[in-house]
Design a protein around this ligand. Structure first.
Ligand code: ADE
Length: 249
């Protein structure tokens, strides 16, 4: 069973690329895919690019041309839920496109043609990620977010599971993240985190009948300091989490 491991940015892949055994390079649709083995398991490593369309194209190539049998996304996200802090890990339960709005023809956030707003992740694969994330945080020294990271304060990192929303916006003001959280909550959607690719990959995986799961480490709070926290976290911390979590699979 070949697993594709996707990230948006190279920093989010950690040392997975270095750990890949017998790598074979495949190029298609302007993208580079690396087929090989990680811990004896067949995998394809790729970068999704940033945003929903780039991610959907990458996922489509993985499903339709490279014949992968499941897709795992590892990367960073902005924390939206109360208590979802920088350094915490969120395993996706399901995904929603927060910038999908065909109202009044369809209810806000509903995906036209699908009859629903949320796409759920594969339960078994997500459970494996959740366990791997917990094990990794324990192994990482009690799950304490490193004090010398320069981002916020040290705290005991937690693993959450639930709704992640995606859209073609880097959410970088408290006003926008607050409005998004409140609008979603008013419609019964308790959101944990925001990023820019997952919901697109979830929709492609749904269309192709592929299991999908995603793990995102919180790099910022999608607030007025997100533009400072995000690059710092991605450069100094994100890769460590990718290694630990995905190696635990
Ligand atoms: N990925 C990481 N942080 C994000 C944010 N604040 N908005 C969108 N995507 C993100």
């Amino acid at each position: 069973m070949t697993t594709a491991i996707l990230s948006a940015l190279p920093e989010e892949q950690g040392s997975l690329m270095n750990a890949l055994r017998a790598p074979e390079r495949i190029t298609h649709a302007g993208r580079t895919f690396w087929r090989g083995h990680l811990q004896g398991q067949p995998v394809v490593l790729a970068l999704s690019g940033i945003g929903k369309v780039a991610a959907a194209t990458t996922a489509t190539v993985l499903a339709d041309r490279l014949g992968v049998e499941r897709i795992v996304f590892t990367g960073v996200a902005g924390g939206l839920g109360e208590g979802v802090q920088v350094g915490d890990v969120v395993v996706a339960g399901d995904f929603l496109q927060h910038d999908m709005d065909a109202s009044p023809i369809f209810p806000r956030w509903e995906l036209p043609g699908y009859g629903r707003a949320r796409m759920s992740c594969d339960a078994a694969l997500s459970a494996m990620l959740f366990e791997a994330a917990n094990d990794y945080l324990v192994m990482d020294g009690g799950g304490f977010y490193p004090e010398n990271s320069g981002v916020g304060h040290s705290h005991a990192a937690r693993v959450h599971q639930g709704l992640i929303v995606s859209g073609d916006r880097f959410v970088s003001t408290s006003a926008e993240s607050g409005a998004l959280r409140q609008a979603l909550a008013a419609a019964g959607h308790a959101v944990l985190a925001v990023e820019m690719e997952g919901a697109a990959v979830a929709q492609v995986c749904h269309d192709y009948g592929l299991p999908f799961a995603a793990v995102r480490t919180i790099s910022d709070r999608a607030d007025d300091s997100a533009h400072v926290d995000f690059p710092h976290f991605v450069t100094h911390v994100a890769s460590r989490y990718a290694d630990g979590i995905v190696h635990g699979l």
